[in-house]
Design a protein around this ligand. Sequence first.
Ligand code: MTE
Ligand code: MO
Length: 403
Amino acid sequence: MIEKLSTSRRRFLGWGAVLGASLTSCSESGEMTDEGPSALGGPIRKYGERSPHEQAVRGTRMLRNPEVGSSRTPLEDTYGIITPSSLHFERHHSGVPNIDPAEHRVLVHGMVDKPLVFTMDELKSLPSVSKVYFVECSGNSGGEWSENGGPTVSTAFGLASCSEWTGVPLRALLEMVGVQSDASWILAEGDDPCHMQRSLPLAKALDDCLLAYGQNGEAIRPEQGYPLRLIAPGYEGNTCVKWLRRIKVSDGPFHVKDETSKYSELMPDGKAWQFTLEMDAKSVITSPSGGQSIAGPGAREISGLAWSGRGLIERVEISADGGETWRDAQLQEPRHPMAFTRFRLPWEWDGAPATLQSRATDETGYVQPTRERLIEERGRNSSYHNNRIKVWHIAADGGVTNG
Ligand SMILES: Nc1nc2c(c(=O)[nH]1)N[C@H]1C(S)=C(S)[C@@H](COP(=O)(O)O)O[C@H]1N2
Ligand SMILES: [Mo]
């Protein structure tokens, strides 16, 4: 369906028009009555819980047994840019270990002048930083290589979350052990039964990698790597090794199983790309989105999330007419590099079937591609790193579906 520019322009509104429109739909009756105090409310709690009226949960996917698999953030039920820790997605290759922080040690060795072992208390005594970063599994949206990668935002995009992480820059530890001049890579290793390992360029380790023990104001959750995880900002989630117990410095990548048999991408020419570490710019409209239903024609807000492994999100455009015309969404400030950016745009649905999509541009000028362009460039052999422009279809009855 191709619309005239003037018609589709009118479907995006200014804030004033939206407020006016929504006010007229609000009830004007129903005054509050003052009946004075009644029975007391609930008791004071030592550790808080959400309202029993809130039901959002992570969808889970087990691989072979309950300890191995993933759970997905219901992004359509989150506000702003921070994912509540209880709803942060999980991906475990061998279950969540129960680690006593008093017993936990981190060894830093390899091509260094003085190998050192750190306790958690020693790490916590070093100068710390707090930063907002997303973590995204490179397998996120793997189903989106096909026309329809899953019915909801959660199923198709839920292997991505965003937290404020607190910890020690990895650079501080590397300076303490004294990295030798011909070193160029590091290995990070976890303390779970599979001893997850990944190689990372030394330059990244020295730049912005974080050894995080805090998440959203409290200790990092067991599922996220308690008591310590690596955060490699903007890199594929697999490199953010949880339950971190060892850093080894070397003069090349280690070619461990999780960067050879997995997390590599087979190209149409039969060669595989390795170390596709940065997550490309991506965005998705979370409201309205698949599985939701628009009550009826009228003013409402289009809202969603955008992120890039290469820095700040500079721009998000929205089309409501199948890509014929695009409008700039408002970006929530402050924006953080390698973090979720919330975007919003007032919109009026006229009740006709519509096609919604969002297109992100990051600070390097990289623009999120269509599915067709992605397939042209990389073929269909690999399921990783899909950042296609996401399309939602709105039917005349208000139902929203993936497409
Ligand atoms: N030690 C260890 N680290 C790990 C994993 C793991 O199974 N073991 N899974 C990795 C993968 S594939 C991803 S996508 C992220 C997921 O982080 P999260 O569970 O905190 O969301 O952790 C990574 N770090
Ligand atoms: Mo992952």
